[in-house]
Design a protein around this ligand. Structure first.
Ligand code: F6R
Length: 361
């Protein structure tokens, strides 16, 4: 049942605080400042990690890349499954492949798993469905505790994947003993505080999303821009908007705009910018100014401390620690697309042409 919500998607967005805490249960040993992922104990720390997935799960992988690199110092490639399986990908014996799939049944991701296994390289699965094909065939499975996701558009599954990716990065970092103690402490404390923080903020995010939906539902195209961990979030924001509302949307690394896409900007082509209070903020700010100089309207999802004031619509979200700000920004993006699609009267839980589980190529 929809539990009093208008759509499953909305219900699942509001389940995210609980999903976060369910994903953390039994995973953090606060006393020892340690992450428990016994599923990974048998695997040596990989020389290279290849993350393979589709759609929203791919975007989660792109996000996780930042954490594996900066915390665990493991080189990472992130691959679209339908491309990976048809390339002559070079895998070495000390590499590890991580496939991410909510359903555990996505045909291209499953094919990659089989291909990699046939080459004698170990595959770990990050999946939400116990007993799924991907879970059964992987060398080890780590389960996201998102519960059943009914809405075709993935929301809480991505959050659960990002939590487990954070834990995996911390796990490998700690095992190699090369993570700054403060980062480990802040990350573990920050993860544990996310549930109450998000519970508090979700109703406000929804109000703001409703307000913006009224203003922007008439747009025919949208850019979503971000840098660093905000780039995969921008991709996800664009994916959500197009699949739910059928408005053309493109996620872009903000710095790529000047290499072509900025030619599209005019007063009818708005931009949704993600501008966290981090070291990349000055860069994102100048990208926003470039859009404004071409009369493009801008929504900026940002933090109070950035003192960004000159955009058309400011969306200030409470600031938490570092990359964990993504867990507040992602529901904001989901709610924005949800409200636009609902305002336009689209079939939110069952968008046209889409299936929940893509079991054909
Ligand atoms: C988008 C969405 C899809 C899936 C993709 C992969 O909202 O749901 O892009 O993320 O089809 O599905 P899984 O994770 O089940 O392999």
């Amino acid at each position: 049942s929809k539990g009093g919500f208008k759509h499953f998607m909305l219900k699942e967005i509001f389940e995210q605080p609980k999903v976060i805490s369910d994903c953390l249960v039994g995973r953090i040993d606060k006393g020892k400042s340690e992450v428990k992922l016994p599923e990974l104990n048998e695997f040596p720390t990989p020389e290279r990690l290849h993350i393979v997935a589709c759609g929203t799960s791919y975007n989660a992988g792109l996000w996780g890349q930042h954490l594996f690199e900066s915390w665990a110092k493991i080189p990472v490639t992130v691959e679209i499954a339908s491309e990976f399986r048809y390339r002559d990908v070079i895998l070495n014996k000390n590499d590890l492949v991580l496939v991410i799939s909510q359903s555990g049944e996505t045909a291209d991701t499953l094919a990659c798993l089989r291909l990699v296994k046939s080459k004698g390289i170990p595959v770990v699965a990050l999946t939400n469905v116990v007993g799924s094909s991907i879970a059964r065939e992987a060398n080890a499975s780590i389960y996201t505790q998102a519960g059943p996701e009914i809405s075709v558009a993935s929301t809480k599954a991505m959050t659960s994947q990002m939590i487990l990716l954070s834990l995996m990065a911390l796990y490998f970092a700690k095992r190699q003993n090369n993570l700054d103690k403060d980062i480990l402490k802040n990350a573990l404390e920050g993860l544990s505080s996310l549930e109450p923080e998000l519970n508090k903020v979700l109703p406000k995010l929804r109000e703001k999303a409703q307000e913006l939906a009224l203003l922007y539902s008439g747009a025919r195209s949208f850019f979503f821009l971000g840098r660093g961990v905000c780039y995969p979030l921008a991709e996800e924001g664009a994916l959500k908007l197009k699949e739910l509302s059928y408005i053309h949307a493109e996620g872009y690394a903000a710095g790529e705009m000047k290499h072509g896409p900025i030619a599209l900007i005019d007063q009818d082509f708005p931009t949704f910018a993600l501008a966290f209070n981090d070291s990349l903020f000055p860069k994102v700010k100048s990208n926003i100014e470039e859009v404004q100089a071409r009369q493009g309207k801008v929504i900026a999802l940002t933090h109070e401390k950035t003192s960004l004031t000159t955009v058309d619509n400011l969306w200030i979200i409470p600031e938490v620690w570092g990359v964990l700000n993504s867990f507040i920004a992602l529901p904001a993006l989901q709610l924005f697309s949800y409200e636009v699609a609902d305002y336009l009267g689209k079939d939110v839980d069952q968008p046209r042409n889409l299936a929940k589980s893509v079991t054909v190529e």
